[in-house]
Design a protein around this ligand. Structure first.
Ligand code: UD1
Ligand code: UDP
Length: 374
């Protein structure tokens, strides 16, 4: 019997982390699948960190990243370059992930080539096309262009139905991020001494990189961090700073060299998971971190006003605080001063998956394609 040719395409750090368990699952079953990996390298260094950890060796590397790139260049390069990858690799199905411009453009390119697309992490929505920008429209497009929808939660299943996606190929699978997290936490205990954290202080972990937070919002976040560390001598803040120059510049200008504020390079995934586990509070605008932290029992304050991941907000372990300096200070201070409040938010919950999402997705692809391949 011919093998099912599955082309997995991804380009940024979060896509790589969330697609890695799926690639590994496909690679286990060489009698059934021919796994082909294409990275666009929309991110370069931050992608390579993940490829190294999970030992993924791409068959195609489009190497598109440019300093301070814009949405037009990512879209057009991925759209055009994927054409040749499809011609050479002849996939039966193309898998894309989530809401990046890589995912949207690769899905469009596959659609033009009339190759069926499977969308992993389908159905997330804020229903506001500018928040997050451009991710909300990227995922709406990716969902429309796809034939197979791998939705992580019941909410995402319902969002797809609301978006008029045919229910015939909507599958609730859980989020592959939990597969990656559980595997990494189980197999690695990373050494964090290089950061120089003081073990007798409470650690607040901060990440922020969203486009809609560029400019004043990110400056407001930094001002909140300054105020909090000045007021609370028993805390330290660690911020692995995203390589985007729109993040690097304001963060280094406002927080560089300040007492008990550690600005560090983006971390490899394994030490980052250890750091999440060892932190007292997490402040973030990241999608992936919002999904991971609740299962580690860490309170998360989200530096955004909307989220496409409402599940942990409903459980009460994640709270939307936005980017107003005083509001952030107030919310963090409340968690520092109020043990009841802290306890309520630090319950360990896992609404996003059980670690078996990749297995389910691979089983579904096998069922869908076995007959077609013959
Ligand atoms: C992208 C995604 C966003 C995702 C985020 C995860 C889009 C439009 N945005 O945003 O959805 O949440 O990744 O981190 O798809 N850079 C480097 N090295 C790297 C990575 C980035 O130098 O390894 C710098 C480059 O100057 C690059 C810039 O960051 O041009 C911006 O990268 P880009 O992928 O366009 O935007 P992100 O903000 O990373
Ligand atoms: N992450 C990492 N190193 C870091 C910061 C984050 O490995 O220094 C991981 C994090 O655990 C999560 C993913 O990167 O799995 C999230 O990526 P990011 O915040 O860049 O993107 P988003 O999820 O917002 O799209």
């Amino acid at each position: 019997m011919a093998r099912i040719r599955v082309l997995t395409v991804f380009g940024t750090r979060p896509e790589a982390i969330k697609m890695a368990p799926l690639v590994k699952e496909l690679e286990k079953q060489t009698d059934i699948f021919k796994s082909i990996v294409c990275v666009t390298a929309q991110h370069r260094q931050m992608l390579d960190q993940v490829l190294k950890l999970f030992r993924i060796y791409p068959d195609y590397d489009l190497n598109i990243m440019k300093p301070n790139q814009d949405l037009w260049s990512i879209t057009t390069e991925v759209l055009m370059l994927m054409k040749e990858v499809f011609e050479k690799s002849k996939p039966d199905i193309v898998l894309v992930h989530g809401d990046t411009t890589t995912s949207m453009a690769a899905a469009l390119s596959a659609f033009y080539a009339r190759i069926p697309v499977g969308h992993v992490e389908a159905g997330l929505r804020t229903f506001n096309k500018f928040y997050p920008f451009p991710e909300e429209i990227n995922r709406v497009f990716a969902d429309s262009l796809s034939t197979y929808h791998f939705a992580p939660t019941e909410t995402s299943v319902q969002n797809l139905i609301k978006s008029s996606i045919s229910s015939e190929h909507i599958y609730k699978t859980g989020n592959t991020v939990i597969d990656a997290l559980l595997h990494t936490v189980e197999n690695n205990r990373a050494d964090l001494t290089y950061i120089g954290l003081n073990p007798s202080l409470k650690t607040i972990l901060l990440t922020s990189h969203r486009r809609e937070n560029f400019g004043d919002p990110i400056r407001n976040i930094c001002k909140a961090v300054l105020e909090l560390t000045e007021k609370n001598k028993d805390i330290q803040v660690v911020y692995p700073v995203h390589l985007n120059p729109n993040v690097q510049e304001p963060v280094n200008e406002l927080l560089g060299g300040k007492e008990r504020i550690h600005l560090i390079a983006p971390m490899e995934y394994a030490p980052f998971c250890t750091l999440m586990k060892e932190s007292h509070i997490i402040m973030t605008d990241s999608g992936g971190v919002q999904e991971e932290a609740p299962s580690l029992g860490k309170p998360v304050l989200v530096l955004r006003t909307t989220t496409e991941r409402p599940e942990a907000v409903e459980y009460g372990t994640v709270k939307l605080v936005g980017t107003d300096t005083q509001k952030i200070v107030e919310e963090v201070q409340n968690l520092l001063d109020n043990p009841q409040e802290y306890k309520k938010m630090s319950e360990s919950i896992n609404p996003y998956g059980d670690g078996l999402a990749s297995k389910r997705i691979v089983e579904i692809i096998q069922k869908e394609f076995a007959a077609k391949i013959g």
